[in-house]
Design a protein around this ligand. Sequence first.
Ligand code: SAH
Ligand code: SF4
Length: 368
Amino acid sequence: MSVQAGDRPRLVFAAPRGAPKAPTHLADLDREGRRAAAAALGLPAYRAEQLARHYYGLTHDGPLTDLPAAERDRLRAALLPPLLDAVRTVACDDGATRKTLWRATGGALVESVLMRYAERTTVCVSSQAGCGMGCPFCATGQAGLTRNLSTAEIVEQVVAAARDTARGETGAPARLSNVVFMGMGEPLANYARVVAALRRLTSPAPDGLGLSARSVTVSTVGLVPAIGRLAREGLPVTLALSLHAPDDELRDTLVPVNTRWPVREVLAAAWAYGATTGRRVSVEYVLINGVNDQPERADLLARLLRGRLVHVNLIPLNPTPGSDWRQTAPASEREFVRRLRGAGVTTTVRDTRGREIAGACGQLAAAG
Ligand code: SAH
Ligand code: SF4
């Protein structure tokens, strides 16, 4: 099957001007910001800290009995405005996978997916409404970029997932352990808000949810300068690089941002990230039948990755409506894995959790 190179989508790095903005929320603010917000309400700074303890302790929906009755509603109204309205939740895998479609300020639709495994519970969150990177196999990419999500809109997806997990909505009550930025959007194209969200997720209470940085994964299409910046933030989150092809000719078409930062540069940035943070880098590779799954490409990929602190995650394609591209046949997938492992490259095939609820990237929102 050939890859169309003719009508390459335009790359969009900045959200449209004048896009609707979410109201400011507690989770947008760091400690100083919270204190200033309390002062602006004529309240002592410690009221903001009490509210933050409730929020990150997942008790903010409760009676807030340690706050004076007269102040509760004002604090709630000023600092906990509703941001995401659940339009629909669908479950599969006997309730162990739950996908939520949210309507955000201005009507933008975003989604998150909560996945319960034996040893961990992971939420997959969106960082943008839509995406401007135009990868042709991705439903989100086809829709284009609507707007960046605010820090609090990202954090709210995680807080909702943590609350549902604690309430036992995915099985026995548990703690949310992992967050992956693999929903809609390119996280590093919404850099400042995503990094602030990472700080809220990983800071201990009352500044955040206290998740371990290593259990938070940021997946990127490979914005090289932003990978360098992220390495210097002192936030050792796991980096996942969506490579999808080992050669520039093919990657230019599958991942259009490759025309800006080619394979050699993006891999150099990933290795530098690994060296600075001490973290093993994940390389994501969507297997598309007859497009990027040939044995020669497995060998070329192995040559690029051999000897590095890396883990390859092969993702069976979730075909998008209107596309001829299909999943790789089982025998070709096995051969691809065999060649990588034969070269000493740690390789796994991603489980296809949530497929029957249109699990991959952007498909629930695309369904409307
Ligand atoms: N924009 C970021 C993160 C969100 S996409 C990125 O591209 O890395 C998360 C992962 O889902 C990426 O590896 C992406 O390539 C993959 N993906 C997108 N569409 C897919 C599809 N139709 N089937 C399987 N994986 C897909
Ligand atoms: Fe955007 Fe990632 Fe989809 Fe590419 S794969 S269009 S970067 S969300």
